[in-house]
Ligand binder design. Sequence first.
Ligand code: GDP
Ligand code: IMO
Ligand code: MG
Length: 432
Amino acid sequence: MSVTAVVGAQWGDEGKGRVVDYLADDAQLVIRYGGGNNAGHTVVNPHGHFKLHLIPSGIFHPGTRNLLGNGVVINPPALVTELDGLAAAGFDGDNLFISDRAHVVMPYHVLLDHLDERERGSAKIGTTSRGIGPAYVDKVARRGIRIVDLMEPDVFRARLAATIPRVRRLALGYADDEMADAIAEATDESLIADAYLAAGERLRRHVVDGQALVDEALERGERILLEGQLGTMRDIDWGIYPYVTSSSPIPGGASLGAGLPAVKIDRVLGVVKAYTTAVGSGPLPTELEDVDGERLRERGEEYGTSTGRARRCGWYDAVAVRFSVRLAGYSSVALTKLDVLDGFERIRLAAAYRDPTDGREWTTVPASTSVYERLEPVYEDVDGWLADTTGCRTWSDLPAGARAYVERLEALAGVPISHVSVGPERAQMIVR
Ligand code: GDP
Ligand code: IMO
Ligand code: MG
């Protein structure tokens, strides 16, 4: 038996979906433990090129069960659409399970996400507009609606009726006239009930007591993967607050959101991109707004999987990764997208930050966003290897310069790099 958490160590989009698809060949259960359809996990395998938002990335292995854990927030119509997409590719979804304790993302959560962002103006978070924050707010405020409620139409209707007047008051409080139609639609009780109960019926066959499923898997000694959403730097507690999501991507969130005792997690694999990207606002010390940044974006195809937004790109930030290592306790790291650096003559990495106001050197991430905004990277320069790594299949196939870069990242992170990915496909994973 082994339980491995696969966790994003940067600003998200590190390649978690790709790593989970790769590892799931050997796993009997994959559990998404947090977030919702703000995620965009890309999987490229012999069946095609897929962008998963809610469905766990082990879905393409027929012998692997996939659970949406209690910590996930689920938009039922969006999940039905995603299942339809998979059905069109020949996957029936029989191996998908949904925890009855997961919370439901409602149309008014999406509306409130939009209104909150408008209210923030230039200080907006740049959310994915999927209603994730407001759904978690309702969960914590103890007025959320759960999948188990959706399974009982009378209960669902009653909870909806109890909620709508409050939401309408709230929305009308800070919207202007042009939003009137959107508010009316997102708080239309019968419209919501029809759409959600219909989606609920479609999903019914997948809904289970998630904890019981996990418990059985543990009893049988199965191999389990816990699939993270986003990355440490957007963690609600540890990320660059307030430019964060509303859940806990770090392994502490995995036990809670999967329904599995923390003590059972015996391996944590950090997923780290060989450079840095972020979608949305907030500090990003190594961000490049020059030709190198543009090259990273083009070579790495750095456009958001969920929203299509151009990702902000920059050099590798060893301080942020080291911060994540301390919080997550990675057993080892899977380094992705090394091939994207193939064409660079000079590669930079930030080993520390410096505060230009007092010259102080920083080797960790400050709590203060305004301090973090002004920190500048202290770079080390590395010679590029100027060779194509996409065909490399073993560690020794890699050019010496690429190996030296990986070894330098390893030394700075303080944990072994066990996997190196040189392309999006299953075969393009080097195991050291
Ligand atoms: P996730 O959210 O962490 O699952 O990552 P995303 O799927 O949002 O973004 C990762 C992107 O990089 C996807 O388009 C992947 O297909 C792609 N990708 C993953 N690993 C590699 C790699 O090693 N090399 C290249 N070139 N692309 C990769
Ligand atoms: P995966 O799982 C990259 C970012 C948004 C925004 C902040 C809060 O594919 O790595 P939210 O909609 O969660 O309230 O937005 O977090 N964000 C992501 N960035 N990858 C993701 O998911 C993201 N999910 C949310 O851009 O800055
Ligand atoms: Mg993504």
